[in-house]
Design a protein around this ligand. Structure first.
Ligand SMILES: [Zn+2]
Length: 109
């Protein structure tokens, strides 16, 4: 099966932090990328999205509650390598406003 590399932009909704996860999607017979796994499959679930988010930031992996395949805590946009968005769950304007990105919620005391 043919695959296409994609960039999955993952937003942690409660902090608005954004991270980039690299993935490959299968191409369907019509040559369009199959986004099922992110839309309704295992990667639609917060338990997986949360892990990808942690890993993308080289954070220690946290426990993420299963959300029955809905992305309540994490939303994703999926881009081809040329930047074309092929799946969107949140507005992309946040990507061109890097001032909203904060890396500093590790210091809890
Ligand atoms: Zn789950």
């Amino acid at each position: 099966m043919e695959i296409v590399p994609v960039i999955v932009v993952i937003r942690e909704n409660k902090t608005n932090r954004i991270r980039f996860h690299l993935d490959n999607l299968f191409l369907g017979e019509d040559k369009t990328p199959n986004i099922f796994i992110w839309e309704d499959g295992n990667y639609a679930c917060d338990c997986n999205r949360g892990l990808f988010f942690d890993r993308a930031g080289n954070d220690e992996e946290r426990e993420h509650e299963c959300s029955q395949n809905t992305g309540d805590d994490y939303s994703v946009n999926i881009l081809l390598q040329n930047g074309e968005c092929i799946y969107s769950e949140f507005g992309m304007q946040i990507l061109i406003e890097p001032s909203t990105y904060e890396e500093t919620d590790k210091s809890t005391d």
